[in-house]
Design a protein around this ligand. Sequence first.
Ligand SMILES: [Zn+2]
Ligand SMILES: [Zn+2]
Length: 443
Amino acid sequence: MEEPTIKVGIIELYGKVNGGFNGPYRVNNERLLDGGFAVRAAEDCLILYDDAGNEIMRQREIRCSPLHDATFTLFDVTVGIQFHWQRKEEQTFQGALTLTLSEENTLTAINEIHLEDYLISVISSEMSAEAPLEFLKAHAIISRSWLMAAPDPARTTQETFAVTGNMDFTSVNEIICWYGRGEHALFDVCADDHCQRYQGITRFMSGSPRKAVEATRGVFLTHNDKICDARYHKACGGITDTFDHTWEDTPIPYLSSIPDAPAFYEPVHTEEQATQWLLSSPDVYCNTTDENLLRQILPFFDQGTKDFFRWRVKYRREELEEILRMKSGIDFGDLESLSAVERGPSGRIIRLKVKGSKKTIVVGNELEIRRWLSRSHLYSSAFIVTAGGGSPAAPDHFILHGAGWGHGVGLCQIGAAVMATKGFTAEEILKHYFRGTELQKRY
Ligand SMILES: [Zn+2]
Ligand SMILES: [Zn+2]
């Protein structure tokens, strides 16, 4: 196996984009361009302008390849789309840039880059460069593996269904929405949280992401000689969840549920256990409030999020009704209750019953539940609900008492970083989260 080149979607559905070439780029094999540029999507082509606003060319696809070590910058790139950390940034990238005319007169910008260079950026974008080296090495291996894991042919049908983001009206009163990977037609991965955060070379402040990638060059996490679909999330909340509770019905052996601790904690089966678990503060790896450590682990924009292990969200009833109406498009009338119909072993709700005076609906999966119950996204779907005030049919307010951050499957990033500070190696960390796996160097 040779080091692959991958296509990363940087922006999509933009009408225009402003950028700059830092050094000479060859454009559509026709001419060299250096300095500022702008691209606008028109009716049936893209129009490229130079720094002075002169039109350079009209094409459906504009391919720009760097000479020597030239890089390119894009302004106003939106990151954290629809999450609470959404913002616009200026980003600089290595490698080739392809601009393509896409649906409804918009443009898509794609960066073609060697896998190992891409990984250095992902590690820098996902985590702070000051994070412990063994943690960064573990992360390099799973990011590399996740990207190259071939989808299982047996799962393809459901994968296709899952990725369309379609609503599955299995019954009138049930809306189960599966979100999968691979819903990009023009490129392999996007640059945002949907796939893996990739923010170019803007954050190459320290040498340790590079060191972590180079030390693990070509190393993959494997199970029965196949590269693992190695998932990860911010904080499990104490117990990780399973693949089949989150994405598809087919279990993946190495994406099973484990306590994020040396000791055993009973997985959640009943509502009583859920209440007890989600209100407790167990001694697990990701249960940390060590600000120094978190500052090392989390990039600066995540540090506003400190209450990830156990959290609380309070809504007035009217407020929650409005959010539900906005996110689901459904008018529930007076909201009476929210109750878990099914949970995964981490306590994450997979199917939630929303009961109102006009309508009662069961919604899933975990990501759709998180989307419905927040103006952006809830940290996780692991929560219990208490209602208070008003009347039983129309309480005054609802409080969500929750745990963890993200889907909870695979590696718990905060837990893994804590393990590294306790002296565990990258391999030990990976074998803790992904049971029955091996490490293999393939190039
Ligand atoms: Zn994506
Ligand atoms: Zn954890």
